[in-house]
Design a protein around this ligand. Structure first.
Ligand SMILES: Nc1ncnc2c1ncn2[C@@H]1O[C@H](COP(=O)(O)OP(=O)(O)OP(=O)(O)O)[C@@H](O)[C@H]1O
Length: 222
């Protein structure tokens, strides 16, 4: 379970949210500048909230009161962005292994996990290719595979399909949806694309001016 009650003030913007998420996918929609990315970055540890607390399972990731701020690499959070952010000088296999910090070692049990994850995402035949030789949809599946290989306890996806054309989205989406749904961990997915929101719904949250609302009930989340 993810429990988040934080405040973050930027010069012309302020984020104030309080919510709890079970092990399901929640879609976040909302206008540009509403604070969606800021929220995900606070949860991931890229930005530091000014106040409040973030708990994941029984771990405190951030607590202003207790002076806790777990560094990004120790949060066990898979974070996928619109830009695939693969390492251009590494093969797909090395990119995936890097997620586990084992890209020099072939003996790690993670290699087996790598192959099964790559198979589920349909990228097994691509393991020896370089990122520049992949299509956008393939690169995004590698980026998602990399996030999964961390064996995350929380998955954050920030517009992961918006750089892809609609044909590619239709092909990639069912595969990714199945993998993510089967993961059974709390997942936050930012998207402006209705088709994607529908596939992952019905748990849709709406962000406006730094506040989060539940669309289903029309009220502010508590
Ligand atoms: N480093 C920063 N310094 C000052 N203001 C910032 C900073 N980063 C973001 N902001 C402001 O915070 C607000 C929320 O930005 P954020 O990127 O979280 O919105 P968003 O909902 O993700 O938007 P989009 O859908 O366009 O990506 C915006 O008004 C933005 O200008």
């Amino acid at each position: 379970m993810l429990k988040c009650q934080i405040g973050k003030r930027l010069p012309d913007f302020s984020l104030e949210v309080e919510f709890e998420l079970e092990r399901t996918v929640h879609v976040i929609s909302g206008p540009s500048g509403a604070g969606k990315t800021t929220l995900l970055e606070c949860i991931a540890g890229i930005q530091t909230p000014d106040e409040g607390e973030i708990r994941l399972g029984n771990k405190t990731l951030f607590s202003k009161e207790q002076g806790v701020n777990v560094p990004i690499h120790k949060r066990r959070i898979g974070y996928v962005l619109q830009e695939y952010a693969l390492f251009p000088h590494m093969s797909v296999r090395q990119n995936l292994l890097f997620a586990r910090g084992i890209w020099r070692s072939q003996k790690d049990p993670g290699v087996q996990l790598l192959e099964s994850t790559a198979e589920r995402l349909g990228i097994l035949p691509l393991l020896n290719r370089m990122p520049r030789d992949l299509s956008g949809g393939e690169q995004q599946r590698v980026a998602i595979g990399r996030a999964l290989l961390m064996e995350p306890e929380l998955l954050l996806l920030d517009e992961p399909f918006s750089a892809l054309d609609s044909d590619t989205v239709s092909k990639v989406l069912p595969l990714v949806q199945e993998v993510i749904t089967n993961l059974n961990i709390p997942t936050l997915l930012i998207t402006h694309q209705d088709e994607i929101a529908r596939m992952f719904g019905p748990a849709i949250l709406r962000m406006e001016r730094g506040k989060l609302f539940s669309c289903k009930h029309g009220g502010e989340m508590v």
